[in-house]
Write a protein that binds this ligand. Sequence first.
Ligand SMILES: [Zn+2]
Length: 486
Amino acid sequence: MRLAEKVSELIEQKKSQFTEASDQVWGFAEIRYEEFRSAELLANLLSSEGFQVEREAAGIATAFVASYGSGKPVIALLGEYDALAGLSQQAGLDDYAPLVPEGSGHGCGHNLLGVGALAAAVAVKDYLIENPTAGTLRFYGCPAEESGAGKTFMARSGLFDDVDAAITWHPGTSHAVMQVTSLATTTVRFRFLGKSTHAAAEPHLGRSALDAVELMSVGVNYMREHMIDQARIHYAVLNTGGSAPNVVQSQAEVLYSIRAPKSAQVRELFERVQDVARGAALMTGTRMEFAVTGATSDLIPNPALEKVMHRHMEELSPPVPTEQEIAYAKRIFASIPEPDKQSAASRRSREQVEALRNNPLLPVLEPLIAGSMPMSASTDVGDVSWLVPTVQCTTATWAFATPGHSWQVVSQGQSSHAHKAMLYAGKAMAATAIEALLDPGLLETAKRDLELQLGDESYICPIPFDVYPPQPEKPVVKPEPAAASL
Ligand SMILES: [Zn+2]
C-alpha cells in the first residue's frame, strides 16, 4: 500500500474524533494566551493517544509539547488554536449574525489548523506502531499566533533547537503547498512623558506628550518616501493623554507595527523609527520610552520539503465537495464584497475564475511553482523556519475569495467541507512527516536548502530577552452542582 493511502486510512479511522475536537475548539473561541480549554482538549487527546505531554512549554500556560518515540530525527508538527476578538459569528450561515455580541470567533480557522496538525500527529504515531523506526515525533501546541508571537517565544526558549523538520498548514481557499515568504514584523509601544499644567494659565510650564505623539507621526510619515516599497508601518494611538483640551497632556502612548520582507530590514527601520521618536521627545521637551510587545521573523521556504509535500497532496487528491457543500459555498461567495472578489480573481486566469464561480470549492491542487511568492502578512511560523527546515500547505476549507479574518471564515469553520479539507491537510502532513522520518537524505537536502537561503545570516530572536508573553489568569470554572442521589 502506498504511504498516502496508508495515512489516509489511518486518519479516516478516527475522523469523527478529529472533527468533533475541531468543532469544540471553534466553540471555545479563545483569544491569544487565553486558550486554556483549547490547549487542554488537544493535550488530553494526545495524551490518551499515548503521547508524552509537557504542559506550559516555554513557561507559557497555553503552550505544550506532545512527544512520541525517541532519538533522532526529530520531526515537528505545529498546531495553533487561538481565535480573534470581535469576530463572533454563528456557524453555517451566509449572513452576518454574531453568536455572542462582541465575542470572539475563529476568524482565521485555527480550530481547523490545530486539529488538522493533531490528526497528522496521531496518524504518524499509529503508523510508527505498525512500522517501528527510530526517531521522535512532536506536536507543538502553539498559542497566540494572532499578534501574540507564541512561536517566537517558544523558539527563543530553545524548544526547536533539536528539530530536523517542521510541518504545518493553514486553512484557506485553495489546495496548494504554500510557496510563500512572509513579512517580518516588530510591534512596539512608544510612551512619552511630559508635564501637565493649566493650558491657559501656565502653558509655558507644560510639556505635551500628545504633541510628541503627533510629531512622531509626522516624522514617520516623512520616512515613508525613503524606505523600500514593500515595507509597511502602521500605528494606533493608545493614549491621547486625556479628554480635556485645557490640561496639557503629561502622558501619551502610540503603538507601531513595522513590517518588511526581511528581518534585517525591519531592524533597520526600527532603528530609524526610534530616532524619530527621540526627535519628537527632544522637540517637545518630553521623555520617551519604548517596549517591544511582539515580533516575528520572515518565512524561509524549503523547496526540498515542498516537493515531497506536493507529491503526497497529488497522490491523496483534494476532497470533492457535495452538491450541498457547493451550494453553501456559492451563498458565501455571494456575500463577499466585490473588491475582495476582484482582488482574489486578479491572481487567477479568466477560465479559473469562471470555474471557481461555478464551484468555489474546486478540488484542484495548485501546481508547484519555481521560487516563492511574497505574502503581505506576518506569521510566527517564520521564526521556526529560520531554525528548522519548515514546510506548509493550505487547503480549500473555505469558498473561493473568502477574506481572512472575516465572519465568513467563522461561519464556514464547522462545515462538512472544512472538515474534509482539514483531514486532507492532516494526511498530507502525516505522509510528509513519515517520509522525513524514514529518509535521512531528504532531511539533509532540506537542511542544505535552509543554509543556502540564510547565507551568512543566523537567527536573531526579534523579541528582546526581557520581554515575556502576557500571562492571563486561568478562568475559574465553577464546579457543576452535584447530582442529587436517589
Ligand atoms: Zn491564521
